[in-house]
Design a protein around this ligand. Structure first.
Ligand code: BEZ
Length: 211
């Protein structure tokens, strides 16, 4: 069975464009994103890795390390990175795993045989500092991912891991959040001094507490 939310993210050692990496050592005590793409020298993948590189500061600000993976060999990654930098006006500044043995692809169930027998689909995992899986998304080869959405989810995960709140549909950093139903309204008023708005007994908002 593949990984599920809350599972421990498997550790691995892999050859990458930045040398051999031990995944857990690479992550340290911070957050991580491990994401696969189907193949080097393909158009959608070129835009995805370029966008990720351009968002480097946003990931760093959130203490997130990024690691890409496909089953292509290292020399192919290295040549392709030059094309990504040239065409996407970026500098790819995160490692790309050369997973020719499919070790990482298998551990993270990134090959979906009915989509492609040989290449990884667009899987993305957010890993928390406790090394558990916090988010999994899977896109087909034909659809590039929205990396602003990935950042938005990271914002939500980092907020909700430290405060008794959750985030509503389409929430963006800075907007009101939902108070956990485990907290009584009486306690919520004390816990959230910025204010408590009660819409229904089960639907209560407060301004984002960590800003
Ligand atoms: C692409 O990145 O454009 C792509 C990769 C594999 C299959 C189809 C499209």
């Amino acid at each position: 069975m593949g990984l599920r939310l809350g599972d421990t993210a498997p550790n691995f050692k892999a050859q990458t464009t930045a040398g051999e990496i031990d995944f857990y050592e690479f992550l340290g005590n911070g957050w991580g994103i491990l994401f696969s793409h189907p193949a080097d020298y393909t158009p959608v993948c070129t835009t995805e890795l370029g966008k990720t590189a351009l968002l480097n500061e946003e990931f760093a600000k959130r203490n997130v390390k990024v690691l890409a993976v496909s089953v292509d060999p290292l020399d192919k990654h290295q040549g392709w990175v030059k094309d990504i930098n040239e065409t996407q006006h970026c500098s790819v500044n995160f490692p790309i795993i050369a997973d020719e043995s499919r070790t990482v692809a298998t551990l993270y169930d990134m090959i979906h045989p009915n989509a492609s027998a040989t290449t990884t689909v667009r899987s993305l995992f957010v890993i928390g500092p406790d090394k558990t899986v916090k988010l999994m998304i899977t896109y087909p080869a034909s659809t590039g991912r929205n990396f602003y959405e990935v950042l938005r989810v990271v914002d939500s995960l980092q907020l909700t891991s430290n405060h008794s709140v959750s985030t509503p549909a389409d929430w963006k950093y800075g907007e009101d959040v939902i108070i956990a139903n485990t907290i009584s309204t009486e306690d919520a008023v004390k816990k959230f001094p910025k204010g408590v708005k009660v819409i229904k007994s089960y639907l209560r908002y407060t301004p984002q507490p960590n800003i």
